[in-house]
Design a protein around this ligand. Structure first.
Ligand code: TYD
Length: 207
């Protein structure tokens, strides 16, 4: 049996990832594929506890924060992502390890390489086949959010500009894995561009 396709969506807060995750999952499902839609942090029962602690709990220092995201990811990969891929199912996740590199590695100043190593260890080196980066000016993204801001959303514009630059630098360094799209484009155009990249990975689609 062939392994399923693993796609992650990344980008700043308010970039429209969940809409695009939904569109891709619907398209893949319509092709007759079995798709697991998931997210980080919090895509498992243990992850929900970790998410609550890291997003909405008391302030935690930056190393603790990085370890909480990494613990969430390790459990998510071991219990959800890898078993699904091994069964031949596709997995589409809203955020993955590039978020840790951008937010904790660069935004919090822990170092991109150190945080990447931590996540690579946590996931036993599982990388997505494709990572869609929805690029957006944080001033626009944060303005789109509704509800009370969480710890990350309160981190300030300078922090979020660094995060955006970090995502862009990672994408520029690995064009094979990344697909960078302007998140201000109409949502249907973005979805079509994502489908084009996915189609190139899964081969001709008979409709
Ligand atoms: P979430 O409510 O899922 O926001 P979004 O809709 O923007 O994805 O919260 C995820 C937050 O956690 C977001 O601000 C980014 C942050 N985050 C990290 O800092 N590091 C990580 O490794 C991950 C997965 C998320």
């Amino acid at each position: 049996m062939t392994r399923g396709l693993f796609v992650s969506f990344e980008g700043g807060d308010g970039a429209g990832k969940s809409t695009q995750v939904g569109a891709l999952v619907a398209w893949l499902t319509g092709l007759g594929r079995t798709v697991v839609r998931t997210f980080e942090p919090g895509g498992t029962a243990l992850g929900a506890v970790l998410r609550q602690a890291v997003q909405h709990g008391d302030d935690v220092d930056r190393r603790t924060e990085a370890l909480l995201y990494a613990a969430d990811r390790a459990h998510h990969v071991a219990t959800v992502v890898r078993p699904a891929l091994d069964r031949g199912h596709d997995v589409v996740t809203d955020r993955y390890l590039d978020s840790s590199v951008a937010y904790q590695g660069v935004g919090r100043g822990l170092g991109a390489d150190a945080v990447e190593r931590l996540s690579r260890w946590a996931t036993d080196d599982l990388l997505p086949d494709l990572t869609v980066l929805l690029d957006l000016d944080p001033a626009v993204g944060l303005g789109r959010l509704t509800g009370a801001p969480d710890r990350m959303e309160r981190a300030g514009t300078t922090f979020h500009r660094q995060v955006r630059a970090a995502f862009a630098a990672r994408a520029a360094a690995d064009r094979d894995r990344f697909c960078v799209l302007d998140a201000t484009r109409p949502s249907e155009e973005i979805a079509a561009a994502v489908r084009d990249r996915v189609q190139a990975l899964i081969g001709p689609v008979s409709t």
